[in-house]
Design a protein. Structure first.
Length: 181
């Protein structure tokens, strides 16, 4: 059987272009490969012959159906779906230059937007829980006063623990207005 244009382009992309010209890591290439393994699995389930799959059959509607399949059948989240779409976009940006015959189709695929993932809600401490945390250190001891100071600084500045650990004496100004740099 004669190799199809899609098979040639995908093989060239994964074996020569990504490692050779883009200098991608083996893990990144594996991720791209896995995306296309899933895509070919979807094509096979959709009664498309993967041995005969050509660029003439790959269009915007097939990619959209694949993305829908990822979300609904495989229960992938929006970020996974977007990562798969990013791999497909990268491939079709490559294909535009290598096989310009289907440029309009490729541009339609590249125009498929990423889905917006809902931002996780930030949970805040209630005043009672904050008071409970700040009341834990024993203020009658030096280490307790130190711990209370560290907890207060973390809360007041919103600093990460590593940022607090990295503080030096010269980064602290106690003259009004007090500042941590």
């Amino acid at each position: 059987m004669k190799p199809t244009d899609f098979a040639k382009a995908l093989s060239q992309y994964l074996t020569a272009y990504l490692p050779g010209q883009r200098n991608m890591s083996p893990n990144t290439i594996s991720s791209y490969r896995d995306t296309f393994k899933l895509f070919l699995t979807y094509c096979k389930q959709s009664r498309l012959s993967i041995e005969r799959l050509s660029f003439a059959q790959v269009d915007e509607s097939l990619i959209l159906a694949f993305l829908k399949w990822l979300e609904e059948e495989r229960n992938n989240g929006i970020s996974t779906r977007n990562q798969r779409l990013a791999c497909i976009h990268a491939f079709f940006r490559y294909v535009q230059a290598e096989h310009p015959v289907g440029l309009l189709t490729y541009q339609k695929i590249l125009a498929i937007p990423m889905k917006k993932a809902p931002k996780p809600t930030v949970k805040h401490l209630t005043p009672d829980s904050l008071q409970l945390i700040l009341g834990q250190p024993d203020l009658s001891t030096a280490s307790g006063r130190r711990d209370a100071t560290l907890l207060s600084v973390l809360y007041d500045t919103g600093a990460r623990v590593q940022e607090l650990v990295d503080l030096r004496v010269r980064d602290v100004r106690l003259d009004p207005p007090p500042v941590l740099r």
